[in-house]
Write a protein that binds this ligand. Structure first.
Ligand SMILES: NC(=O)c1ccc[n+]([C@@H]2O[C@H](COP(=O)([O-])OP(=O)(O)OC[C@H]3O[C@@H](n4cnc5c(N)ncnc54)[C@H](O)[C@@H]3O)[C@@H](O)[C@H]2O)c1
Length: 463
């Protein structure tokens, strides 16, 4: 039996370890966190995060070979392998503020491992970290003065929120980076064996430590770049009457381009894309590569432009004022099938509309608690409403900001009847049937498509 510990019971720790536990019934998995409320939630029927399939797998494994605890020190001492999946947000202070990764949680963890270890261990970086962090980690861990030796591996997590369990069960690839020493190779092999219980060997890639660390940042930078690229084209489409969905389809059929991640939208969100790109930008600056830094920074700037453009198009379309107008935001999560609102474009649009003194009501099937927490600085200026029909009642406009499939199934005739006229619908995810909505009476604005509005001919709409 191998004792496996995961430090950090967040999205990554909490969705990867149960999958490990289900495939490795003879090993023991413990997930620890310094946040007692989070651990209590993991031990209850109300898990702290929503992910399709997560509840079932936690129920299957919890109390058998998967345990949640706040006793970080005790479990460090018992562990053979330690995954570190603590948060690594963007630094908000000092040198590199706004760009570099804040490694304070990560470094505290490394020191805690040293203090509480009585045997040599394998330590696995699961958090996303700047390139060459493993070197610093090795240095802290191996100056322990106790004669212990720590192998540090990099095993970045590529799961996507909303499909985390499916991604973990059936990953495109698993990446394990390690030192090219006999001990390093042995550690890599141990982790590879763990994954190989359910992942075909040919999908497990082994590399040196730095390639592995860098690959995670680069993967997120490339994914976000595709979104910013198509979003930039959506702005061109809106000026030229080209349709971004048709353009995406036409270019995506080229096998060299491929069709995935070409869905134009109000913008990307989530805790990772922006932070990881800024981290890459900071690294480029650090290594004296300002041209490369500016290239990647533009991906983030384009995303901010898209969010701002969406909100200002709403205001312009609604006769250049939304002050005092009720606007229903459909969706707060940064994407469908998650309760996560971190860096959600919905919140950026919400803030921009509040600046214009709109009356905002937000609806979302799973993310209202998180949205309320994220927007608490705005006090009572926003209403939260779980029922989309109630949210839309008396509203001047609806904005679709998360692509929840249930929003495509609503009775829009009923919604239209309950709204203030003229009724506006802004589809920030190109989710709905725009022609049908237009026929119901809505003025419809989608991303990268000609507006379907009765007001254009009257010259009222600012194009
Ligand atoms: N969320 C994603 O989709 C995703 C995907 C891939 C990689 N990542 C990376 O994985 C890492 C974790 O992300 P997350 O979304 O799970 O973060 P999270 O904020 O949801 O969870 C991190 C947890 O670590 C805990 N923690 C912090 N310091 C600790 C300490 N010293 N001891 C014990 N617990 C501690 C926090 O209390 C928190 O519960 C980040 O580096 C992130 O970039 C995230």
């Amino acid at each position: 039996m191998t004792n496996i510990l995961c430090i950090g019971a967040g999205y990554v720790g909490g969705s990867t370890m149960p999958v490990f536990a289900s495939h490795c019934p003879e090993d023991r998995f413990v997930i620890v966190d310094i946040n007692p409320a989070r651990i209590a939630a993991w031990q209850s029927d109300q898990l702290p995060i929503y992910e399709p399939g997560l509840e079932e797998i936690v129920q299957q494994t919890r109390g058998k070979n998967l345990f949640f605890s706040t006793e970080v020190n005790r479990h460090i001492a018992e562990a053979d392998i330690i995954f570190v999946s603590v948060n690594t947000p963007t630094k908000t202070f000092g040198h590199g503020a706004g760009r570099a990764a804040d490694l304070q949680f990560w470094e505290k963890t490394a020191r805690q491992i040293v203090e509480n270890s009585t045997s040599s261990k394998i330590v696995v970086e699961k958090s996303t970290l700047p390139v060459r962090t493993a070197e610093a980690m090795e240095r802290i861990l191996n100056s322990n003065g106790k004669g212990l030796f720590f192998d540090v591996l990099s095993n970045p997590e590529f799961l996507a929120e909303g499909t985390a369990i499916r991604d973990m069960q059936n990953p495109d690839r698993v990446l394990v980076g390690g030192r090219e020493t006999p001990s390093g190779r042995k550690a890599v092999e141990k982790l590879v064996e763990l994954y190989a219980r359910w992942v075909p060997r040919e999908r497990i890639i082994t590399t040196n430590l730095w390639s592995s660390e860098l690959s995670k940042l680069v993967a997120n930078a490339f994914l976000a770049q595709r979104i910013s690229s198509i979003n930039s084209i959506s702005a061109v489409c809106e000026k030229t009457e080209a349709d971004v969905s048709e353009v995406a389809n036409a270019i995506g059929r080229d096998a060299r381009i491929g069709s995935r991640f070409l869905q134009a939208s109000v913008g990307f969100g989530g805790s990772c894309f922006k932070k990881d790109i800024l981290n890459l930008v900071y690294l480029c600056e650090h290594y004296g590569l300002p041209e490369v830094a500016r290239y990647w920074e533009q991906v983030v700037l384009m995303n901010e432009y898209q969010e701002a453009r969406f909100a200002s198009n709403m205001v312009a379309s609604m006769f250049n004022t939304v002050a005092g107008k009720r606007i229903a935001l459909f969706g707060a999560a940064f994407k469908a099938h998650t309760s996560d609102t971190r860096e959600s474009p919905a919140l950026a649009v919400c803030r921009a509309l509040l600046e214009e003194r709109a009356e905002i009501v937000i609806t979302d099937p799973y993310a209202l608690d998180n949205a309320c927490e994220d927007l608490k600085d705005l006090g009572g200026r926003i209403t939260y409403e779980i029922d989309p029909y109630a949210a839309a009642k008396n509203a001047h406009a609806i904005a679709i900001l998360t692509e929840w499939p249930q929003y495509a199934q609503l009775d829009y005739e009923r919604i239209y009847q309950s709204m203030t006229k003229p009724a506006f619908l802004f589809d920030g995810r190109n989710l709905l049937n725009h022609k049908k909505l237009y026929e119901l009476g809505f003025n419809v604005y989608a991303i990268g498509k000609p507006a379907l509005t009765r007001l254009v001919n009257q010259g009222i709409v600012a194009a």
